[in-house]
Write a protein that binds this ligand. Structure first.
Ligand SMILES: CC(C)(COP(=O)(O)OP(=O)(O)OC[C@H]1O[C@@H](n2cnc3c(N)ncnc32)[C@H](O)[C@@H]1OP(=O)(O)O)[C@@H](O)C(=O)NCCC(=O)NCCS
Length: 301
């Protein structure tokens, strides 16, 4: 470390820990690359450019740049996500828009264990299966939404048969060897691109399954879903209500969009998904059958 960096670092430490500063600014001419590098090395972040008012218009040193750094915050709470995120520090009772927050947000900064990173000065919560499932279970109208358990796979395989146009959705597990259930469970445990939600009621441990599949965590989009409601409970509005809750929940966690295809002839499903807020984005033909791509977007992100 050079002398300037070492000295500046010691000054910052003294300012924050002994003089009670909450924020420190520094500015220099844009031409002064060495000085800018020292600021960066000790953790300052660029705020904005400005023209130094005391220098002549033609002076090459006139264009300046302002850097700053906040005191490392403790007991910080993170609200919202992305651009809308703010940090609140109880002690100084101030809200910081994360755009101007210069420390990287890690588990140790947060009372609640949320993974966060700073991308170009903007805090982003890192989404993952775990970040979503740790917020479960959800309770509403005497129903629960929770994560898949091993027993749900057996319960699902033992559901009674769907009738009529829904027959094609009867579980293939019914006729496959028992070890396939174990395989399905292990595939889920070892996978990272899905989140399996189970709907539970007092009388049915596995009342429905709402699986988010093909998740792209970077774009926060769900590329497919598998949805099944216990055959004896269809057409009572439960599917639409549970899907709506599931979508609201994953959007509140920061997911951006969900889409999946559904057979156009599956009238009950299409109706249910529309009630849950989905709309038909596209019509496609696959294997001589018409499918709708149904989608929904998070309006808050
Ligand atoms: C798809 C599914 C989750 C929807 O949940 P649900 O609780 O049954 O659906 P809802 O009750 O919310 O909505 C279904 C609507 O379609 C209506 N409906 C069902 N079959 C219909 C038909 N043949 N013609 C017209 N309307 C029909 C229902 O009466 C209900 O209408 P309503 O809102 O006016 O009461 C559930 O039916 C299911 O698991 N189906 C079998 C598996 C399946 O199809 N999965 C989807 C694959 S993409």
């Amino acid at each position: 470390m050079g002398y300037a960096t070492e000295g500046a670092k010691a000054c910052l430490e003294y300012g924050f820990n002994h003089l009670g500063f909450e924020k420190v600014y520094s500015f220099t001419s844009k031409l002064n690359i060495r000085s800018i590098n020292v600021m960066k090395k000790i953790g300052l972040v660029e705020e904005r450019e400005f023209n130094h008012p005391r220098l002549e218009e033609k002076d090459p040193l006139r264009p300046h740049v302002l850097y700053s750094i906040y005191k490392k915050l403790r007991n910080v709470f993170l609200y919202g996500i992305g651009k809308h995120a703010v940090l609140c520090n109880k002690r100084i009772k101030k809200l910081f828009c994360l755009r101007y927050f210069t420390q990287s947000v890690t588990q140790t900064h947060l009372d609640k264990p949320i993974n966060g990173i700073i991308v170009k000065g903007v805090a982003m919560i890192v989404l993952s299966r775990e970040s979503i499932t740790q917020e479960l279970p959800l309770e509403f109208n005497n129903l629960i939404i929770r994560e898949l358990e091993r027993a749900d796979i057996d319960n699902y395989a033992n559901w009674p048969m769907y009738q009529g146009y829904r027959k094609m959705f009867n579980s293939s597990l019914k006729s496959r060897p028992y070890c396939d259930r174990e395989k399905r469970w292990n595939n889920y445990l070892n996978g990272t691109s899905s989140v399996a939600f189970i709907l539970e009621s007092k009388s049915e441990k596995t009342l429905g399954q709402f699986f988010l599949l093909d998740i792209d965590w970077e774009t926060r989009s769900v590329g497919n879903m598998s949805i099944r409601l216990h055959p004896e409970y269809c057409d009572q509005g439960i599917g639409a209500m549970a899907l709506k809750k599931t979508v609201e929940f994953v959007f509140s966690q920061g997911m951006y969009s969900i889409e999946f295809d559904v057979l156009a002839s599956n009238i009950g499903a299409v109706k249910s998904y529309k009630k849950a807020g989905f709309s038909i984005k596209e019509e496609i033909e696959k294997d001589n059958a018409l499918f709708y791509i149904m989608s929904i977007r998070n309006q808050c992100v």
